[in-house]
Design a protein around this ligand. Sequence first.
Ligand SMILES: Cc1cc2nc3c(=O)[nH]c(=O)nc-3n(C[C@H](O)[C@H](O)[C@H](O)COP(=O)(O)OP(=O)(O)OC[C@H]3O[C@@H](n4cnc5c(N)ncnc54)[C@H](O)[C@@H]3O)c2cc1C
Length: 319
Amino acid sequence: MEREIPSSSDMLYDLIIVGAGPAGLSASLTACYLRLKHIVLEATAAGGALMQRYPAKKVDSFLGFKGLTGKEVARRIIEHVKSEGGIIIEGEEVKEIRRDGENKIFQIVTGKNRYRTKTVLITIGIIGCPRKLCIPGEDTCECVDYCLVNPEDYRGKEVLVIGGGDSALEAAVMLDEVCKKIYIAHRKDKFRATEKNQERLEQSGVQVLWNTELKQIFGTKKIEKVCLFNNKTDKENFLEVDNVLIFCGSILNVDFLRHLGLEIEKNRLKAKDDMSTELDGLYAAGDITGRLRRIPEAIGQGHRAVYSIYKYLKKPYWA
Ligand SMILES: Cc1cc2nc3c(=O)[nH]c(=O)nc-3n(C[C@H](O)[C@H](O)[C@H](O)COP(=O)(O)OP(=O)(O)OC[C@H]3O[C@@H](n4cnc5c(N)ncnc54)[C@H](O)[C@@H]3O)c2cc1C
């Protein structure tokens, strides 16, 4: 049963959760269970990295969800939260958090609304916006992507994947099953991906271009060719491909947290064991805390954070 979104701007929530990835959704489910008056504010669409970064990839190491894609897992956890009465408001990016020193109430400002709450849980993950290479042709060519939404879109094509982390390797291996030819170019001479992904890549037909940087993309509607630079030999060469997929990290906007005096270093918002931060009433969970960046960990942290929040709200009546 889905509840209606409360329209009163005077509403004072117990908790506002910022970000609807696994950590935020797990927190919402726990808040439903503990009967906390809360909402989840999500900048784009609920599901977090699973929806936005790997909707077609099969999710690993998540107990009980073998063989399901990111999108399928996200759908299930969203449905679960909604069925318990959780309210997820999509398309509302939190731009500012203020705190009234006297009554300790937080004001959350999005592009559309203002909300008041006694506590805040930050579960914004680290995906942010994809980092661009800032090379000629990258913005003008229509065949450049930063996320593999559906491998079928690339069926029969020749694709160049850029990057050396898990996202790049996973995409290359998935595309290898449907594409005519896949190259993966990495600017170093070894990958920084898990052993499992490196093994999968070795067993695939993907051609690895070591010490190779993408310098330019020619063409607008279609790619005519790309210019590659080998940083070991200092030589340039051209490659003809149909698509380029870039996985070179992301840029996270944490400016709205800095002025609260929170300690943020390298996309990590420091949280204690109970998920509280240096600011009373503000908690953090999931990838943003910089601990193990995996779904089970995010879910565990989201759950733990809400129990700590419950304790904080009920103090001194709940031990
Ligand atoms: C390509 C890839 C493959 C992966 N594969 C696996 C896997 O197979 N198994 C596994 O266990 N883990 C995997 N992971 C890691 C896993 O997805 C993350 O650990 C997990 O999603 C973290 O959850 P989270 O809720 O902390 O953050 P996220 O899932 O990143 O969700 C954060 C949410 O916050 C929103 N947000 C951000 N800023 C704001 C704002 N200002 N206002 C409102 N909302 C905001 C974002 O839009 C996003 O929806 C993978 C990650 C990637 C990138």
